[in-house]
Design a protein around this ligand. Structure first.
Ligand SMILES: [Fe+2]
Length: 479
């Protein structure tokens, strides 16, 4: 298709979205009466093929990748071998079956009650080229397995990129439906907003066994594209009754994050830059009040954000700050009190959270004027504030959170208790599309779709300058 035709189509689509958005904003928020629960909320039995163990002695299983550095030129590849450690080596290259490069990783394991984990491998593969398809191979001879992934475009303010947002996934038939729908969405990288396996709903050795099954269940996506991990309350696993008191023990052994690359001292909070986005991952269940390591790190990381290079500033955490569901209501308040001021000051575009098992999107609002003396306690519309999106509707065994506060608060733009996932399609430095897909819809009919203007580049002055520069440089209009 000629670039001009493509551009006109894009403009037409954009206009339609903007009109729809204006219509929606004309009144109060929308509470969708549609409630969709496709399957009953119980975990898929362990002998189901979705948890199948790969054939061959000591064959690598639970294969997953995540970004391995600050800027997207590295991945961490992780997997588990059940019988013996075996090599922690990844062979890789840019042609299928031709692996001229290799990297060595490390192996770890742990115990949980009487459960002994398999051998968990984490291998950093770095020095990659942008926008390149890499093939990789792990394991030995007949038991070896091969996968591929695509590196992101270079860090650039106009690099388009599509993130998927999935939360509270678990391992039910609803979880499988979410995963399968996401895999058809065109998402290039998942921002996972916490609560992975729900293994902590089990007892004794079954906790570890359900972590393993979840790793095999999600491999169909995690082996082929990075999932950016954040921890939820189901990762804490503080179980003194069985002598397990180290928080996040299973999660931290199994899921690697590139926290050192963003100068964090803890894998539970960190940042990455990918295409045109700066992603900040926070830990809702780690200390965050003033002077704690997470507080200090976030203060410094926000100063490092360069909106000229990465215009889209996104925060990922488990607990929502603005959500009007009766489930877990106001559990994010301790974080809001400490961090909301920064989110507004730095004009964060989106805050993605999970925890509440429903979808909800807020308007841009803030409540930073309140203090214990002023009494000015209601959230107000604020153009500098983020949009808060809750996507805790992955489909775990706890079921949906169907009871919203009534009437719908003014800060709530759209809410619905169905299983699903979101995608954030970043088009350029000024425009992105946020979609929410409930599981029973085809990909062409997202249940909630909104166009967002970037918080940094959306001011009239900046947009005018940008338009002028683009016209000059490229002889075309580019928003
Ligand atoms: Fe949760």
């Amino acid at each position: 298709m000629a670039p001009g035709v493509q551009f006109t189509l894009f403009q037409l689509l954009l206009t339609l979205f903007l009109i729809l958005d204006l219509v929606k904003k004309g009144g109060a928020g929308i509470t969708s009466t549609f409630t969709r629960s496709q399957w009953q909320s119980f975990d898929i039995p362990l002998d189901n093929k979705v948890f199948a163990i790969p054939t061959g002695y000591n064959a690598p299983q639970q294969v997953r990748i995540t970004q391995g550095d600050y800027d997207g030129k590295a991945v961490i590849i992780s997997w588990v071998t059940a019988d013996e450690p075996g090599p922690s080596k990844v062979q890789y290259g840019t042609s299928e079956k031709k692996y001229d490069l290799s990297a060595d990783g490390k192996v770890t394991n742990y115990t949980f009650y009487n459960y002994k984990s398999g051998y968990i491998h984490h291998c950093l593969v770095d020095g990659l080229e942008y926008e390149t398809k890499y093939y990789y191979k792990i394991g030995l001879s007949a038991s070896s397995r091969e996968f591929w992934f695509q590196t992101p475009p270079k860090i650039d303010p106009d690099s388009p990129f599509t993130f998927g947002i999935i939360g509270d996934l678990g391992q039910t038939y609803n979880s499988l439906s979410t995963l399968e729908h996401y895999m058809q969405s065109g998402g290039q990288t998942v921002l996972f907003v916490g609560d992975l396996s729900y293994a902590d709903r089990y007892q004794y050795n079954d906790v570890g066994i359900r972590w393993d099954s979840w790793g095999r269940f999600t491999e169909r996506s995690t082996a082929y594209q990075p999932w950016i991990w954040s921890a939820g309350n189901h990762e804490i696993e503080y179980m003194p009754d069985v002598g397990e008191v180290i928080p996040f023990k299973s999660y931290l052994h199994r899921y690697s994050t590139p926290y050192l690359a963003s100068r964090s001292n803890n894998p539970l909070w960190y940042a990455i830059r990918r295409a045109s986005a700066h992603i900040i991952v926070l830990s809702s269940y780690s200390p965050h009040v003033k002077y704690t390591p997470q507080w200090q790190w976030l203060r410094d990381e926000l100063k490092r954000v360069d909106r000229k290079k990465t215009p889209w500033l996104i925060v990922v955490m488990h607990v929502p700050i603005y959500n009007s569901n009766q489930a877990h209501f106001m559990e994010g308040e301790s974080i809001r009190v400490v961090f909301e001021r920064w989110f507004v000051h730095y004009r964060v575009d989106f805050i993605f959270a999970g925890h509440v098992h429903a979808y909800e999107r807020s308007y841009r609002i803030s409540n930073i004027r309140y203090n214990v003396s002023s009494g000015d306690r209601y959230p107000v519309p604020d153009r500098s504030a983020p949009v808060y999106v809750t996507v805790g509707d992955g489909g775990n065994q706890e079921g949906l959170a169907g009871r919203f506060w009534d009437p719908q608060p003014e800060y709530s733009a759209f809410r619905e208790a169905s299983y699903g996932h979101s995608t954030l399609e970043i088009k350029n430095r000024t425009h992105s599309f946020l979609h929410w897909h409930r599981n029973d819809d085809g990909q062409r009919v997202p249940a909630d779709s909104v166009v967002f203007l970037n918080r940094h580049w959306a001011s009239n002055l900046r947009r005018r300058k940008l338009k002028k520069n683009h016209l000059k440089a490229r002889g075309e209009i580019n928003f």
